[in-house]
Design a protein around this ligand. Structure first.
Ligand code: SME
Length: 161
């Protein structure tokens, strides 16, 4: 496995994602342990995009439990339907939140988080976890992020088969 990620500094998001996804695929193919892989994916996304917070919550029974992440201290358990993460799990949809203060029930792990996107991860058609990215800027995520982060979630789901 390569121990560094090659990216074009300052490139626009779509180009960065196009560069990153094949490299992430390589990382996922070289290791079978889920926690190790999610830890490396968090690190890669943080390094490439400087997201304020990036990480995973994994389904355990009726709750999401905090998994590997990069960023500040985060809440550890989220019930189905609660917050952006629990809502993404319940609805099985990507949720884009341009302003967290306008999302009813948003769970503020950090008061510095201003916008957020949550992407569900499926295994055998069931949500098994979510990828959560937070920004300290308003309206920092768009359909480009949704498009590529969904591809990434599919890639992760395929490693679970
Ligand atoms: N804001 C999320 C909680 C997780 S943290 O942002 C890391 C939510 O509303 O589900």
């Amino acid at each position: 496995m390569s121990e560094s990620i090659q990216i074009t500094k300052g490139a626009e998001k779509a180009i960065l994602y196009d560069e990153l996804l094949p490299q992430i695929h390589g990382v996922l193919q070289s290791e079978t342990d889920l926690i190790a892989n999610l830890a490396n994916v968090s690190a890669i996304l943080k390094e490439a995009f400087q997201f304020f917070w990036v990480g995973f919550y994994l389904v355990q029974g009726e709750e999401l439990v905090l998994g590997p992440f990069q960023g500040s201290l985060a809440c550890t358990r989220i019930k189905k339907g609660r917050g952006v993460c629990g809502k993404s799990w319940e609805t099985r949809q990507i949720i884009l939140v341009p302003d967290v203060n306008l999302f009813p029930g948003h769970i503020a792990c950090s008061s510095l988080s201003r916008s957020e996107m949550v992407v569900p991860i499926f295994k055998n058609n069931e949500v098994v976890g979510v990828l959560d990215v937070d920004s300290d800027q308003l309206d920092d995520f768009n359909q480009t992020d949704a498009h590529y982060l969904e591809k990434l979630a599919v890639m992760i789901g395929q490693t679970l088969k």
